[in-house]
Write a protein that binds this ligand. Structure first.
Ligand SMILES: [Fe+2]
Length: 135
């Protein structure tokens, strides 16, 4: 089939100068969206885009050490400890673009978007087990 080069190009939602990633954005049941960038047995990298007040809820990465960098916007991180069988907030910090945080193996933490379209980059060593369902 011959297509004339003078036919108009199909419209896309990509703006000039904006690159479209081939990696899919996946919507998490908690509302934020994420993109798996790299994954093997030894390490994993993903990015997350948070809406205002969207939360990961408290979670543990099991044996994985985690590094997180805020790429844009603002994120609240809460770290928890267990006291009397209950999760208790041990610390809170607001992170802005360019700041890093980390989570130790078996440490429970929670991330909350404080502005719409805040973006974070996450590294896990080793890669998370398949039983961990959210970052
Ligand atoms: Fe996490």
């Amino acid at each position: 089939m011959f297509i004339s080069p003078s036919l108009p190009r199909p419209k896309t939602t990509t703006k000039p100068g904006q690159q479209r990633s081939r990696l899919p954005l996946i919507e998490h049941p908690f509302g934020y969206v994420y993109r798996s960038i790299w994954h093997n047995h030894f390490w994993e990298m993903l990015s997350i885009i948070w809406g205002d007040r969207q939360t990961s809820k408290p979670h543990c990465h099991q044996i994985s050490f985690n590094l997180t960098r805020v790429q844009s916007g603002r994120i609240l991180e809460r770290k928890y400890r267990i006291s009397g069988g209950q999760l208790v907030v041990a610390s809170e910090q607001v992170l802005t673009a360019g700041q890093w945080t980390w989570t130790l193996p078996f440490q429970v933490h929670e991330l909350i978007g404080l502005s719409d379209r805040s973006q974070t980059l996450h590294f896990y060593f080793p890669s998370r087990k398949s039983t961990v369902h959210h970052p």
